[in-house]
Design a protein around this ligand. Structure first.
Ligand code: SF4
Length: 379
């Protein structure tokens, strides 16, 4: 039900299962991995060595592996494997296949990965259906090559850059498909370098990412040239309080959005996953009012919104139930509409009447309460 206690969050369940201790009152805002490993190939790259130095400077030991294969992350049970993997950071080289970028409409023209995996514990996690194997967080040592490779994609926009709401953004690159950048930046420095790379780039390009963290201090003084749009993923309190573990709070994320906007960055909101919980109009109304207060008095505000309703696939449901067996997330096929996505994959979305109500409400209320916002898409 909507009044589920806060301790339903995956983070705390995992902590208890592992240590038998009561969970901390507030989850840590900066992730400290329990184990950090580096594969030998990562140390051939200057950025790999920079990550090692940065992690060690934080007082965390880095295990140098002998082979380029990750071992020791599987436990005796799925939960144990999950808990171990989620607390492990691996410094690796990106798979060669990643040099060929994939289009990623409607979020951006192209997807670029600087890492894969995320230390947070959202019970609806988007990664559940897309990544295979234990959810270890992997950060890429070959950052310089990854960034240099993007030059070949400039001007090769896909559908998103031709839409009216996107004109002027150039070719867009999405850097958070498989990870949460601000969760990892203090350990890697990767996204800071990416912001500087785009800032110095003499071409119409934009770097974009979405985050549920709020660690933006090190981005405020960067020469970003307005070419990075950071979006903060936000939700109504019943969703963020019950289903998101280990992230920054929504007020913290909004405060970070304000700081970046004041530093001249274009910013955005990813309102997701939208869920029609009891009282959703009031709960989302409170969120929109909070957003309005956040962006009040910012000169030259450039604010977008992406609106995404909750959906799941048979595969993501199975993975999520393995990770969070006691979840209260509704994933009931009978209360959903079956939809066929790309390549015929099945996904479960809300029925058309529910979708219509949600969409009409958000269209009306966003325009009324946050008139500065440009909506990029609804899905
Ligand atoms: Fe998954 Fe995103 Fe939550 Fe990380 S922040 S656990 S990637 S949904």
């Amino acid at each position: 039900g909507p009044a589920a206690p806060h301790d339903a969050s995956g983070e705390q369940v995992v902590t208890r299962a592992l240590t038998g201790l009561a969970p901390p009152a507030r989850p840590a805002r900066r992730w400290t991995p329990r184990r950090v490993v580096a594969v030998p190939a990562a140390l051939d790259h200057p950025h790999g060595r920079r990550i090692v130095d940065r992690v060690e400077a934080l007082g965390i030991e880095v295990e140098r592996l002998r082979a380029n294969r990750l071992t020791g992350v599987r436990g005796d049970t799925d939960r144990e494997t999950y808990a171990r993997a989620k607390s492990t950071l691996a410094i690796v080289v990106s798979p060669p296949s990643r040099r060929t970028l994939q289009p990623i409409a409607p979020s951006a023209d192209w997807r670029v990965d600087l890492a894969e995996g995320c230390p947070a514990h959202c019970q609806y996690c988007y990664l559940a259906g897309s990544l295979s194997g234990p959810p270890v967080t992997r950060v890429y040592a070959d950052l310089d090559d990854i960034l240099a490779n993007l030059a070949g994609y400039v001007g090769r926009g896909t559908v998103t850059s031709r839409r009216a709401a996107r004109v002027g953004e150039g070719t867009t690159f999405e850097a958070s498909c498989y990870t949460d950048p601000l969760a990892l930046e203090h350990l890697t420095g990767s996204w800071r370098r990416a912001v500087e790379h785009f800032g110095a780039w003499d071409a119409p390009v934009q770097l974009r990412w979405t985050t549920k963290y709020a660690d933006v201090d090190t981005f405020l003084g960067l020469p970003h040239a307005g070419r990075t749009r950071v979006r903060f993923s936000v939700n109504a309190a019943p969703v963020s309080d019950r289903l998101e573990g280990g992230t920054a709070t929504v007020p913290e994320r909004l405060d970070a959005l304000r700081q970046l906007a004041l530093a001249g960055y274009p910013v955005g909101l990813t309102i997701a996953p939208i869920m029609p919980m009891p009282g959703w109009r009031e709960h989302y109304g409170e969120l929109l009012d909070r957003i309005r207060a956040t962006v009040t008095g910012i000169d030259r505000l450039d604010l977008t919104a992406e609106l995404i309703t909750h959906r799941f696939t048979p595969g993501s449901k199975e993975v999520l139930l393995g990770w969070y067996p006691r979840t209260r997330l509704e994933m009931d096929e009978r209360s959903r509409r079956r939809k066929h996505g790309r390549f015929g994959a099945v996904k479960y979305v809300y029925p058309s009447d529910v979708m219509g109500d949600l969409r009409a409400w958000f269209d009306r209320e966003l325009a009324a309460r946050v008139p500065a916002v440009r909506v990029l898409y609804w899905t």
